[in-house]
Write a new protein. Sequence first.
Length: 412
Amino acid sequence: MKQLENKVFYTLVLMLSIFLISILVIANIQSYSRESNNIQNNLVKMDNPNKPTKREKENQNNKEVMDRNIDQKIFMDSVIYTIRFDSDGNIIEIISHTENGTVNEEITQVAENLIQSGDKSKMIIGNLYFNRYSYTFRDFNQLIISDNSLSQTRLRNELKTSILIFILLEIAILYVSKKLTSWIIKPAYEALDKQKQFIADASHELKTPVAVIMASSEALENDFQQKWIDNIKSESERMNKLITNLLNLSKIENSDDKKLYVKSNLSKVIENSCMTFESLIYEKQIKFNTSIEKNIYMQCDADQIKQLVGILIDNAIKHSESKGEISINLKTQKNEIIFEVTNKGKDIPKEIQDKIFERFYRADESRNRNENRFGLGLAIAKSIVLNHQGKIEVDSNNGYTTFRVNWKKNQK
């Protein structure tokens, strides 16, 4: 189970991290592309002053493009320099196209290096994170240099911000993934706990009859008496009943064969099931009331429905007070089919109403032991209801207990 929890956790972290990284990478790529295009446009603008840039072409309000001459002072929104040099590569003049721009020794040294070794055949932008200068040559006697410092600062700051955001959100992702993992794994842990409890309860139930059989068998070796045989027979029957119930419950819980479900007259199925209990109810002097709406049809396994009715009526008989009453109701209400079994008797405490549908749960341990009851009946009933896409609940107060089953009227 721990391995499953780790797999779910790391899968969630990986998926969310990839999503976060993708967003941050896309944002940085867009910023980089914007800065690179801006530098390229500025270099193109200086390389051909009379040619409108792409941005100017797209600007419908710009009726004309001003003629520019390289001798004029053209103020740019970036730090741009034009360097004139002779055929021997000696610098003649350096012009700054930035307002109040100055020419320092550094740009002079950069210009000299580019004139000597720079690629004169194409525009070089370079990596804006690391390369401070971009350039292009014009007419083989002019060099245009763009100082990328501002763009570089913006891109580096955005990259640092992205890394900081990634770290903070990654911490949040780890926390959220942990919570989501706990929520996702919770049903698996509950199922595992129920399985462990099931094994423990089944072992406990089987331990007593096995011990009695073994003790009776040993007694038979020394003293043959009918009571030892009766003990073996009684406990064997008890163990057989338990195993049968367990197999039945397992079969119902794992059943996914909907081919057995046919459109059946639910009213007739429940009515016939009730008739088999009439003599027993009469014998126990319990008043028996039935209110079954006619011709209610539903896709179902009729045998399982009969078993469900039998479990609920048997449970009602067992827990009815002397000369009490049992009511059976079947009706349709809006788009639902409602089946109810009500008996008059001792209330079921609120705190255990959800537990009574669990396997091996018995409110009165000693009484159920004497009556050969294992606490599996209501668990089987719940599985049957769930197999038919319904729900079952109990309501117990003022001396009346009602088990209510709801099915969708149009369920397939």
